[in-house]
Design a protein around this ligand. Structure first.
Ligand code: SAH
Length: 342
């Protein structure tokens, strides 16, 4: 019923504003997700361990040039405390995310990963700390990291250059993703919906790139302006287009792990639930200490910044159950078969 057999047909669904058509898209994506993952929703505990960043992405609130950003960095003890708290709350999957903070050089990242791995031999450890050299990624992998999230942000070169300073390149970012996959990580790519200068054709390129990479995970969310950035006056991405993109990703990469992100929950109070209804199957409640939550301000008005880890865990479970989904606190490994495509 949903025909995605050509660029033109996919573009049609990227842009349609017919609610009946969108609903059919969500329903088909939902069925496909149920076929592979039933009604399960995987929980990942997100630890935002530093907001220092050497990069200067024009959309991001923790960019180097944002002198208004109040910087923080968690100590090793604080990071381990977050993991301990997460483990007590039932999490078996930790995501360590941060800006590209030079303090966390390779040795320190290895130390962090190894310390978590030693305490939690069975848990999944995901890193999301940006672009590094192959040798660094290899060291982190050997220390016990299993997964890596690195959104490509946009698969169109010209668009990429409008969102990033000249020192950054899409080719390098894509290279990192293929390297990570080659090393053996479960890899997550992704992009923002509704960034300035994004066209429907850019979004089509994002989908085609995802098909080429065949990642285990795809993280997408609406662009939300952050007032102290160069793109702070631009309009944000829409709920509807983000939901359509989630559904299209589910349809084109049926087994992918697809989070309903915090950004989606920020632009609509039921955004994450709607994301699950459009094919998403992962949520990433926050495990960062309450004191620093507000400071990891990639964008304005971020939700859940006043809650303790336990509150986020319970709140999310309630939301999920309300919509007929089942929280799954396991590692939630991907069912994408990568060996076949390398
Ligand atoms: N430094 C890491 C983590 C980046 S933050 C890295 O390079 O991968 C995680 C994600 O937040 C980014 O990949 C980006 O897609 C998203 N993000 C940043 N600023 C945003 C904004 N203003 N609105 C919505 N999402 C944003």
């Amino acid at each position: 019923m949903i025909d995605l057999s050509s660029d033109a047909k996919i573009l049609h669904y990227i842009t349609t504003d017919d609610p009946a058509e969108a609903e059919a898209l969500y329903a088909t994506a939902r069925e496909l997700r149920e076929e592979h993952y039933h009604r399960d929703v995987y929980f990942r505990g997100l630890i935002e361990f530093t907001n220092y960043c050497k990069n200067d992405c024009y959309y991001c609130g923790i960019r180097r040039s944002n002198t208004k950003a109040e910087r923080y960095r968690l100590s090793m003890e604080q990071i381990l405390y977050c993991c301990q708290m997460g483990d007590m709350l039932g999490y078996r999957s930790f995501v360590l995310q941060g800006g590209e903070d030079p303090y966390f050089n390779d040795d320190r990242v290895v130390e962090m990963v190894a310390a978590i791995r030693e305490k939690y031999p069975e848990h999944a450890i995901t890193l999301s700390i940006g672009e590094r050299r192959r040798e660094s990624y290899e060291r982190f992998f050997r220390a016990g990291a299993n997964r890596y999230l690195l959104r490509h942000e946009t698969a169109n070169d010209e668009h990429y250059r409008k969102l990033h300073p000249a020192s950054m390149s899409l080719a390098e970012r894509k290279d990192c993703l293929f390297t990570l996959r080659d090393i053996g990580y479960q890899v997550g790519a992704g992009f923002m919906v509704g960034t300035p200068y994004q066209t429907p054709e850019c979004l089509l390129e994002d989908l085609r790139f995802l098909q080429e990479l065949n990642p285990h995970m795809v993280g997408i969310g609406p662009f939300i302006p952050q007032a102290d950035t160069p793109l702070g006056d631009s309009p944000g991405g829409s709920l509807e287009q983000t939901l359509r993109m989630l559904a299209l990703i589910r349809l084109l990469l049926p087994k992918v792990l697809l989070p309903a992100t915090t950004a989606l929950g920020t632009i609509n109070s039921q955004g994450r639930e709607m994301g699950l209804m459009a094919g998403a199957n992962v949520v990433m409640p926050n495990l960062s200490p309450k004191a620093v939550r507000k400071l990891y301000a990639l964008y304005d008005n971020k939700i859940c910044t006043g809650d303790e880890a336990a509150e986020c865990r319970m709140c999310m479970e309630g939301r999920i159950r309300n919509f007929g989904f089942l929280p799954d606190m396991g590692r939630g490994d991907s069912r994408v078969e990568v060996a076949a495509i390398i």
